[in-house]
Ligand binder design. Structure first.
Ligand SMILES: [Zn+2]
Length: 74
Protein backbone atom coordinates (compact mmCIF):
# COMPACT_ATOMS: atom_id res chain seq x y z
CA UNK A 1 0.00 0.00 0.00
CA UNK A 2 1.11 3.52 -0.52
CA UNK A 3 0.86 6.02 2.28
CA UNK A 4 0.21 9.55 1.18
CA UNK A 5 0.31 12.84 2.97
CA UNK A 6 -0.90 16.25 2.05
CA UNK A 7 1.36 19.22 1.68
CA UNK A 8 0.82 22.79 0.58
CA UNK A 9 2.78 23.80 -2.48
CA UNK A 10 5.24 26.54 -1.48
CA UNK A 11 4.73 28.18 -4.85
CA UNK A 12 0.98 28.15 -5.50
CA UNK A 13 -0.19 27.24 -1.99
CA UNK A 14 -2.54 24.53 -3.18
CA UNK A 15 -2.77 21.18 -1.41
CA UNK A 16 -1.10 18.29 -3.11
CA UNK A 17 -0.82 14.60 -2.31
CA UNK A 18 2.71 13.31 -1.87
CA UNK A 19 3.65 9.68 -1.44
CA UNK A 20 5.38 9.00 1.88
CA UNK A 21 8.13 7.17 -0.01
CA UNK A 22 9.03 10.50 -1.62
CA UNK A 23 9.76 12.22 1.70
CA UNK A 24 12.92 14.25 1.39
CA UNK A 25 12.89 13.90 -2.39
CA UNK A 26 12.26 16.60 -4.92
CA UNK A 27 8.66 16.41 -6.12
CA UNK A 28 6.72 18.44 -8.64
CA UNK A 29 3.49 20.24 -7.77
CA UNK A 30 0.50 18.67 -9.48
CA UNK A 31 -1.02 22.10 -10.10
CA UNK A 32 1.73 24.52 -11.07
CA UNK A 33 4.62 22.15 -11.71
CA UNK A 34 6.94 23.82 -9.23
CA UNK A 35 9.57 21.54 -7.73
CA UNK A 36 10.23 21.38 -4.01
CA UNK A 37 11.40 19.01 -1.29
CA UNK A 38 8.63 16.81 0.11
CA UNK A 39 8.26 17.21 3.86
CA UNK A 40 6.03 15.52 6.40
CA UNK A 41 3.77 17.64 8.54
CA UNK A 42 0.89 18.56 6.26
CA UNK A 43 -0.37 22.06 6.94
CA UNK A 44 2.48 23.13 9.19
CA UNK A 45 5.54 23.80 7.09
CA UNK A 46 8.90 23.81 8.86
CA UNK A 47 9.90 27.27 9.95
CA UNK A 48 6.34 28.57 10.37
CA UNK A 49 6.99 29.65 13.95
CA UNK A 50 10.22 31.34 12.99
CA UNK A 51 8.40 33.16 10.22
CA UNK A 52 5.68 34.37 12.59
CA UNK A 53 8.31 35.55 15.03
CA UNK A 54 10.08 37.42 12.27
CA UNK A 55 6.84 39.09 11.18
CA UNK A 56 6.13 40.08 14.78
CA UNK A 57 9.56 41.65 15.07
CA UNK A 58 9.16 43.56 11.83
CA UNK A 59 5.76 44.79 12.98
CA UNK A 60 7.23 45.96 16.28
CA UNK A 61 10.02 47.78 14.52
CA UNK A 62 7.53 49.48 12.20
CA UNK A 63 5.38 50.57 15.12
CA UNK A 64 8.40 51.93 16.92
CA UNK A 65 9.40 53.86 13.83
CA UNK A 66 5.88 55.27 13.48
CA UNK A 67 5.74 56.20 17.14
CA UNK A 68 9.07 58.00 17.04
CA UNK A 69 8.00 59.77 13.86
CA UNK A 70 4.79 60.96 15.53
CA UNK A 71 6.64 62.46 18.48
CA UNK A 72 8.16 65.80 17.57
CA UNK A 73 11.90 65.72 17.93
CA UNK A 74 13.33 68.17 20.37
ZN1 LIG B 1 2.02 24.52 -7.01
Amino acid sequence: MSIKFTQSCPTCGRRIDVRASLLGCTVACQHCGAEFIAQAGGGSPVGRDQQDELFARVEQALRRAEASAAVPAE
